[in-house]
Ligand binder design. Structure first.
Ligand code: FE2
Length: 207
C-alpha cells in the first residue's frame, strides 16, 4: 500500500529561476516510497549526480537543486508502474503539488517513447541524453576488472556503444538523439558523462 506524503511547498522567491518546490530530503522520501530495488535507487542517484555535474559545468549552478531533483525523481514510477511510466509520476507529483516545471522536465525524458513532451530546456535535453547513457556506462563498468569508472576510457564506452547486443536495453538512438538536441558531438557527451560518474564515485566510493 502506498502511503502518500504531503510535501512542503517552498516559496517561489525568484521566478526567473527554476525552483524545485521540494527539498532533496523530501524527494528522497518520495522516491523510496515507490522504489525498493537497489538498482533503481542507484540509477536515480546516478542520474541525480550527472544532472548536478552538468548544472555546474554548463553554468546553471543556481538551479542545481532543480536539475538534480529532476534526475533523482525521473523514474519515480518505473518500479511499481512500468506500464504507465511517466503517467503515474505526473499523477503522483501533481498530488504532491510539485512545481509543474519539474513534472514537465521529468515527463520530457521519455519523449518519443511514452511522452509527447519534447525536451526544450537545456536541463531537459541533458536528462534525455544522459539517462540511457548512464545505463550503458554502468554496464560497461561492470565488465571491467576494476568495476570502477575511475579508470574508464571514452574508447571503451564507444566500443560498447557500437556493439548493439551489449546492454541492448540502453537505446543508442536516444543517446545519439540527445547529443544532437544539445548540439554536442557524441564523444563529448560520453566523455562528460563519464567525468560526472567519476565525480560521483569519488564522492561516494563503491566499496
Ligand atoms: Fe532512467
Amino acid at each position: 500500500m502506498i502511503v502518500m506524503m504531503n510535501l512542503q511547498i517552498l516559496p517561489a522567491d525568484n521566478t526567473n529561476r527554476l525552483e524545485p518546490s521540494l527539498t532533496r530530503e523530501q524527494a528522497w522520501k518520495l522516491l523510496t516510497q515507490y522504489n525498493n530495488e537497489p538498482f533503481h535507487l542507484l540509477h536515480a542517484e546516478t542520474v541525480e549526480s550527472v544532472m548536478l555535474y552538468f548544472a555546474r559545468t554548463l553554468g546553471y549552478e543556481d538551479e542545481s537543486l532543480f536539475w538534480s531533483l529532476v534526475g533523482l525523481l525521473h523514474d519515480l514510477d518505473f518500479e511499481m508502474f512500468p506500464e504507465q511510466h511517466c503517467v503515474k509520476t505526473q499523477e503522483i507529483l501533481e498530488q504532491e503539488n510539485v512545481n509543474p516545471e519539474l513534472i514537465r522536465a521529468i515527463v520530457s525524458h521519455a519523449y518519443g517513447m511514452c511522452s509527447n513532451t519534447k525536451p526544450e530546456h537545456t536541463m531537459e535535453k541533458v536528462l534525455f541524453a544522459t539517462d540511457e547513457l548512464t545505463g550503458l556506462i554502468g554496464a560497461t563498468v561492470l565488465m571491467r576488472p576494476s568495476k570502477s569508472t575511475l579508470d574508464l576510457k571514452l574508447s571503451s564506452v564507444k566500443k560498447k556503444f557500437k556493439d548493439k547486443k551489449f546492454a541492448a536495453g540502453c537505446s543508442r538512438d536516444v543517446i545519439a538523439s540527445g547529443a544532437n538536441m544539445l548540439g554536442w558531438e557524441l564523444d563529448y557527451l560520453i566523455a562528460e558523462t563519464i567525468k560526472a560518474m567519476q565525480e560521483m564515485e569519488i564522492a561516494k566510493p563503491i566499496n
